[in-house]
Write a protein that binds this ligand. Sequence first.
Ligand code: ADP
Ligand code: MG
Length: 663
Amino acid sequence: MLEEIKGIGTKTISELNKLNINTIKDLLTYYPFRYNYFKPVNIKEINDDKEVVINGYIQSMPKVMYIKRNLNKLAFNLKTDNIIINVVIFNRAFLKNNLKINKLITIIGKYNKLKNTFTASDIKLNPIIEYKIEPIYHLTSNIKRQNFNKIIANTLKANINIPNYIPNDLISSYKFIDKKLALKYIHQPSSPNEIKQSKLMLTYEELFVYMLKLNFLKQKIQKQKLENIKLYDEKKLQEFINNLPYKLTEDQNIVLQEIINDFKSQKRMNRLILGDVGSGKTIMAFISLYINYLAGYQGVIMVPTEILAFQHFENFKTLFKKYNINVALLTSSTKIKERKEIIKEIKENKINIVISTHSVLNEEIIFNNLGLVITDEQHRFGVKQRKNLQEKGRDVDVIYMSATPIPRTLALTIYGDMDISFIKNKPQNNKKIITKLVSDSDIKEVLYDILEEIKKGHQIYVIVPLVNENEELDIEDIESIKKKFASAYNNKIPIGTIHGKIKTKEKEKIMNDFKNNIIKILISTTVIEVGIDVKNATTMVIFNAERFGLATLHQLRGRVGRSDLQSKCYLISNYEKERLKILEESNDGFYISEKDFQLRGTGDLFGVKQSGDMNFKIANLKNDYKILLQCQKDSENFLLNNIKNIKSFPNQEKILESIIFID
Ligand code: ADP
Ligand code: MG
């Protein structure tokens, strides 16, 4: 418990909670994202305007000037190596009384030789004599750096039992340092080597645990046999496919065959469908649900957002209009009364197919005869959630779908517990999306083009990234962009906005109005990131595009280009043009992800909001890929050795499982 740590009160706890720090373990694994290295230099050696560290004695009483309401300036003289320099620092008026004449301090900042003025960005009252490494954490404004360092120091000092997850023989063969020491080194390093040693140990541990979970699941699944294989009327399936408004692509047909083979075998289906945005995964899901239904089972498809659930629900009803399938939509905003009724009918097997957000699939919902679970946008589900799904029922097959095009070899490792189907090509009639990088100052050109598109009856997405720590401010950003658009078009064009704070009902209405071409321009945060399908939307404008990884941008622009209409994507940005240009050149998600992998590591591979197990705290799949492969081997061997024991101790597997999935 966080309360146990010295110096943590309720106020601090609520601040820590905002950073997703809820336990001591969270706190200790809240690693610095970088370090500052400080080494004092001699003032006479400085000959450029790089940031430097200087020690010196205060020579004059500091003077404070209040310039504006939130701007003040502190100035004093400092003697360093027999030279007296002027030091200024902004917004540190509060330091005034600590700066006594003749006190030795360290200043950090830039020195202007001509003016003999040092503009400090920081002052250390405890001078850095020789050398210092300072950890830098992502913190909210309400939690000060010094304060956080103190909390970490107290936590490290407290005698807390910190479990280590690497088996002893591996620790000794790799000569890893002790876990406790590693945590100390990562937070309070006194040399680069300590950082290196601790990073190695902690990265290995993190990846080892991840691969151990995967391999454990894999072995468990391989042992499982379904009680019944799913028999269904193949003619009915063929009839449905023939009646689709389009022909399945070659890739879709291959994937369908893989799914059918799984259905027909006694092996439990555990398949991931990986396909770029717009490659047509949804229909694969619907066909699978139909097969499962024909075989006499209930099925469920889970999606990450309510908007998407609603859209799938509508699409499903349209496609299966003539069929007598009872389908229910269940999200957290389903009314209590209706929810009760749905849950009852699920239990009584009156509902055949459930479309829901994953948050509602809790223990309360008991299926009568569940045969298939599908999760869309799989990258949001962690290994533990995958395990929970497996345990939903005896005859349950599982399909995961993900639009995150990751390099194949990487996919085979990090999704090693699943069989993978790749959809490589998109339905052919979709034209290439023309992508253009535009500077802020050229926005007029974009506004003009939007108008042209709207005149043709088409629609526009505008994406505004979340840039503030405060949600209210983000909403302000969105509203101010809305105002700009509205005034640019003399308030004549219907514009809708969507963001995290809008209620579901309202969201559904806005999405519906957009679908029905009542709203022409939809301005939103990335909440529409996944899955939305409005064929008439031909143009996407993404503000501050540099804030996104390439894979995310590619996913976002996948919202357009969903019909025969020529679509366009404008990336508005003044920065990182080289990187963004890759999107101008290519429409191939796998190529782009490979490039992103090279340029930024995996930071972005898994979508805007990472979650589940891919949200590694210290490992980086690109830089640490070799370690990942090693962990794959090591964890497999570890399990093999332990499984020998499992045979003699039947309880061992449960114990092992409870240890592996402890969090
Ligand atoms: P995603 O893989 O991103 O989930 P969707 O399933 O939403 O993609 O499909 C994108 C669009 O392509 C949808 O409008 C869908 O109706 C259409 N589509 C799917 N398969 C085909 C096909 N074989 N031929 C033509 N259009 C298709
Ligand atoms: Mg989809």
